[in-house]
Structure formats: structure tokens, C-alpha cells
Ligand binder design. Structure first.
Ligand code: ATP
Ligand code: MG
Length: 361
């Protein structure tokens, strides 16, 4: 079901994060007219998702139902995602117009080499990315494999919440999709969407609650991925420890404001310092393990990208033009949506937007 093809009916984008669940519905048929119809964000109770793994399925189902109810969406088909850290992915070049059964054999053979599990325990999917840049007579095929149990868990959560699981995607692919849409509009046809001005590399950093994820896109495709555990959870833990708060209290107060005066100097400043060091390390790793030595731009997203001026500080320290990845720069907003609230939460909605785009014709 990864990369489900064919039917592109509207789907509800469902991002089950570690800190909160976000759902979002998009409508439309082209760049200026893609519109956010409904959205809902519901914070997860502590203990529901720990270290990126669902620990309390019932709590997650209940939170998803609350998020859907908040959104008011009536869409019953969902596009959810699994975490990039749970998948193995590889792009292989195969002769163009290979017969379907030959292609399937080739994909299975490659997957068998990539993973240590039995093929029966593994969900495999692949997507034809179009002619290979290196050799145009071949097609690039992206293979994605992950343990069936991980996909099944997401499917079960959606079904229990009354949603038909139409698509199970991958978080970073959802972010890559929303970024490509913002640059070029909706993809037309199956080929790659490459324009002359898109030859550079874009880095995206998702500062989430459970991980800081860094990916590099070239021609709209993810060519590099690495994450680190230093993330928003640390900020919440620091607040809890310093002000003797529960996790829920710390999360709420950080979101709404109202932390004591010394928060900025004593807690936020050292957190930001380490966050930037960790981001610099991710970029260094990319440069040292590839032939590239620069990025054209860096886009930041995720809950911690809301920290005031983070993009300016990162841009200066890492010497790369850095901006927020705000999907609503290119997605219209329906008048039913509370715009002020959406603006506040936009940083956390990139994945849900990228998932909902799967259902926009
Ligand atoms: N106003 C704010 N300012 C700074 N940081 C914030 C703010 N609100 C939330 N955060 C941070 O953002 C984190 C949540 O980010 P996000 O919603 O992107 O996580 P998630 O998608 O649920 O988790 P993950 O993707 O890692 O599974 C919180 O842990 C918190 O540290
Ligand atoms: Mg997230």
C-alpha cells in the first residue's frame, strides 16, 4: 500500500507524530487553487507514543478521533505515513519498458539483498521515478521495504478510528512532495518534474518531538536522509525539570506562552545552541559521505522551527540560505479555518499537507 496508485480521490492526510496527531484535508486542481478545507491538531497524552513507537493503541485511536472531530472533515479515506527510520529504501536503474513480472522479480531480488527479514514479513513497494538522469534509456525505480507489522499497526489505527486506509506513505516523502508542490505545482504525468532552475540541492530539516530529521532533495527526490535523537522532546524535558511540570503541562505552556522570565536565557538558549550543533553535524555528515559540499537552500519545519528566528540563526551559523517551510505560502485557506490558529500551527502541518496532496487531482 506504500505508494498506492490509481485512484486519486480526496484523502485525509493523517500524521501520527510523537507529540500530536495532525489531520488535514485539501481540495483543488492546480497550484493556485489547492486549498486547505479542514484541519485538526490534537496533542497526544504522554505515554501514547514513546520513542516514535505506538505504546498505547487505544489512546492513539482516541486522539485521532478527536483530531478528526476537531477538523470537521467528513472524508473517510486516509493517507497516513510511517517513519523514515522504519524503512529501507533504494533507487535502482532498470531497462525501460521492462515486463511487469520481470520488474517484480528484480524488485524482490534487490529487496532480499537489502533486508535481514523473510520476504513474507516485509511490505515492499516500488515507484517508477521516470527516466534515469545518468542513463536515459533506463528508468529509476525507487524500492521501499519495511516490516509488515509496522504498516499493519498504522492500518489498524486508521480502521479503528473509522477511516479507510487508502495510502501508507513515508514521512519524508510527504515533506518532499509538499516542497515540490510549493516550487512547481502539482506533478503532471509519471515522469520527474525537473526544471532548469531545480538543479540545486534543497535540504529540509524536520525538528520534531522525537527526532530531528534531515533530508536532501535533488530533482524533487530524496537523495540523502539522516536523523538524530536530539529533538523537541529534550526541550519539554528541560522545561519539566526546571519548573517541575508534567509533560502535558510543559507542552501546553510552551505552546500557549506563559513560561517564567528566565526560560529564554536558562532553558531555550542552551537548547537552541545544541540544536544548531546537531543540525550542523547532520549537514557535515551529508557533505562528508557524498561528493557535494553545499546546499542551495535549507527549509526548516516541525514544532521546534517555531522558535523565534531559528531560520535566521541557522542560516548565519551554517552559511546556507534558510527559510521556514510553510505549506500555506502556496496553499489557500478556506474561510471556515481559524487562520490565526493555523498560522501558529503551520510549522507542524507539513507532513499532513504532503499526505493530503496524494488525493489532489
Ligand atoms: N511554540 C513552540 N516553540 C518552540 N517549540 C515548540 C513550540 N511548540 C512545540 N514545540 C516543540 O515542538 C515539538 C513538537 O513538534 P512536532 O509537532 O513537529 O512533533 P511530532 O510531529 O508530533 O513528532 P515526531 O515527528 O518527532 O514524531 C514539541 O516536542 C516541542 O518541543
Ligand atoms: Mg512530525
Amino acid at each position: 500500500m506504500l505508494f498506492a496508485r490509481g485512484n486519486r480521490d480526496r484523502v485525509l492526510g493523517i500524521d501520527i507524530g510523537s507529540a500530536s496527531i495532525k489531520v488535514l484535508e485539501l481540495s483543488g486542481s492546480g497550484k493556485p487553487s489547492v486549498k486547505a478545507e479542514r484541519y485538526g491538531l490534537q496533542v497526544l497524552p504522554s505515554g501514547a507514543v514513546v520513542d516514535g513507537k505506538i505504546k498505547d493503541v487505544d489512546m492513539v485511536i482516541e486522539t485521532l478521533q478527536k483530531a478528526i472531530k476537531k477538523s470537521g472533515s467528513k472524508i473517510k479515506r486516509g493517507a497516513a505515513c510511517i517513519s523514515s527510520s522504519d524503512i529501507i529504501s533504494k533507487v535502482i536503474a532498470v531497462q525501460s519498458r521492462l515486463r511487469e513480472d520481470d520488474l517484480l522479480n528484480r524488485v524482490e531480488m534487490e529487496t532480499d539483498r537489502l533486508i535481514q527479514y523473510d520476504l513474507e514479513e516485509v511490505s515492499i513497494d516500488f515507484l517508477n521515478l521516470g527516466p534515469s538522469v545518468a542513463s536515459p534509456e533506463e528508468d529509476d525505480i525507487q524500492i521501499v521495504a519495511c516490516r509488515k507489522a509496522i504498516v499493519e499497526e498504522v492500518v489498524d489505527v486508521l480502521e479503528s478510528a473509522g477511516i479507510e486506509p487508502a495510502i501508507v506513505d513515508i514521512d519524508i516523502h510527504a515533506l518532499a512532495r509538499i516542497h515540490s508542490y510549493m516550487k512547481h505545482g502539482l506533478p503532471r504525468g509519471k515522469g520527474k518534474q525537473v526544471s532548469e532552475e531545480d538543479k540545486g540541492l534543497t535540504g529540509i530539516v524536520d525538528f520534531g518531538a522525537n527526532a530531528t530529521r534531515f533530508m536532501v532533495l535533488q530533482h524533487g527526490q530524496v537523495i540523502f536522509y539522516r536523523d538524530t535523537a536530539f529533538s523537541g522532546k529534550q526541550l519539554i524535558d528541560d522545561i519539566r525539570e526546571k519548573y517541575d511540570m508534567s509533560q502535558n503541562e510543559a507542552t501546553r505552556t510552551l505552546g500557549k506562552g506563559g513560561l517564567p522570565e528566565d526560560f529564554k536565557g536558562e532553558v531555550l538558549k542552551p537548547f537552541v545552541k545544541t540544536l544548531i550543533q546537531e543540525t550542523a553535524r547532520l549537514l557535515r555528515f551529508f557533505y562528508s559521505s557524498t561528493t557535494y559540499d553545499s546546499l542551495s537552500e535549507l527549509r526548516i519545519t516541525g514544532g521546534c522551527s517555531q522558535i523565534g528566528n531559528l531560520e535566521t540563526i541557522i542560516g548565519k551559523r551554517l552559511n546556507v540560505p534558510t527559510h521556514l517551510l510553510n505549506p500555506f505560502d502556496s496553499v489557500a485557506i478556506d474561510s471556515r479555518i481559524d487562520k490565526k490558529r493555523l498560522e501558529k500551527e503551520a510549522a507542524t502541518l507539513g507532513v499532513a499537507c504532503g499526505l493530503a496532496l496524494r488525493g489532489v487531482k
